[in-house]
Design a protein around this ligand. Sequence first.
Ligand SMILES: Cc1cc2nc3c(=O)[nH]c(=O)nc-3n(C[C@H](O)[C@H](O)[C@H](O)COP(=O)(O)OP(=O)(O)OC[C@H]3O[C@@H](n4cnc5c(N)ncnc54)[C@H](O)[C@@H]3O)c2cc1C
Length: 446
Amino acid sequence: MSLPPATPATATPLPGAFDCEVLVVGGGPAGSTIAALLAERGRSVLLVEKTHHPRFHIGESLLPANAVLFDRLGVREEVERFGMAKYGAEFVSPDHDCEGMIEFAEAWDKSMPYAWQVRRSELDELLFRNAAKKGARALEGCRVRKVEFDAEGATVEAELDDGAKRSWRTRFLVDASGRDTLLANQFRCKEKNPKHNSSALYGHFSGARRAEGRLEGNITIFWFDHGWFWQIPLADGVTSIGAVCWPYYLKSRTKPLPEFFRDTIALCPALAERLAGAELVSDVHATGNYSYSSRISSGERYLLLGDAYAFIDPVFSSGVYLAMQSGFAGADVVETTLDRPRKAAAARRRFDRVMRHGPRVFSWFIFRVSSPTMRDFFMSPQNPLRVKEALISLLAGDIFGKTPIWRSIFALKALYYLVSLGHLGRSLAFWRRRRFNIRDAGVPAS
Ligand SMILES: Cc1cc2nc3c(=O)[nH]c(=O)nc-3n(C[C@H](O)[C@H](O)[C@H](O)COP(=O)(O)OP(=O)(O)OC[C@H]3O[C@@H](n4cnc5c(N)ncnc54)[C@H](O)[C@@H]3O)c2cc1C
């Protein structure tokens, strides 16, 4: 791993030689959040984005805890305007007769009863323009190519759409480059998650059958033999459909992507029925094996936020929330580093704990979400020891505050292990199958 040098690699530049105090790479939710917060506090911030907003991005389902962050950024009203209210989640399993449902209003803390489904082009543009409104210099069509650190800060080299080159000096660098993982690649500290390995196919449909009234905006998760599907209803009538599959399944593709996607949907009759008569109105996209994290979340003059630090399976729609939350946590570290450098190390340790907390909390459930025991629970959740309330709070993103869910989460995990032991045969079959799926081998035996 080639981390930035601890001692000066170049002559110490004068303070006046800096173009900005903080340069943020990437104008997605993480980058735009931290840029807005720092600019609002009077920092000189340059936010650079390689594309132009509005641009397509996957990740359309938000969590109730996002609302608090939107409030603090002053953008909630706008999100209310274009977002589709999401009061809960529905679960559909081929092994159960009933439909499972969770409602965020039933969480431990009842003050966050809903979230939103959004087009990311709209949300991300809103957050990016908000950063500019708060005083960040926001530049689009500018791809950062290289960052070199020295004792005082960093030199950032970038390329504009027309091929022109730019170079800036910054005191601090924030990597919010998403799955491009600019710094984690440069430092070679990105690790594939050995416990998770999946791929996704997705597209937009018009004319999909939806629930009515208050339930219309709920996300639906359908399990099927090769993974799971999402159905995310957007406010303009379009529905986002995605299949998250084990890699062996995607490798079996012999047809063009749109046809393969249709065939995959046909493997899940409950979803196929909702899409009968619906029309595909977008390209079909595919992403490869995608769970990873970086071994480090910060250094003396840099931070890694959001997907630039870690990516976990999207089954619980946690990505945008964790990315924005990391922006809030990161803003404090940047300020401490710039103003009170002696306290920077402690601030970075706290930041690192926050960055690890989210992925760790969600991952325990992600790894087990398809297990028969967990499926039974999601299909008909019970509330002994307030385990259901605690789980709904967790799924709402209420994991960084003071809501006292952790004993109940511990109890839920204990119950999970007990029930799994009570049904040892099916549990072992699930884990054997899962190990096979993760290993990315050929087509499974059954
Ligand atoms: C299949 C799938 C489904 C998902 N579903 C959901 C969901 O339902 N809900 C949810 O919350 N999350 C979901 N996610 C996750 C979510 O998309 C991400 O977690 C979220 O976008 C992370 O935000 P970010 O700001 O860290 O990165 P991004 O949103 O990816 O933003 C990074 C930005 O950096 C820019 N950039 C990259 N490299 C450079 C460079 N060198 N120079 C300048 N700019 C650069 C990019 O253009 C991009 O705009 C899903 C992800 C996948 C793959």
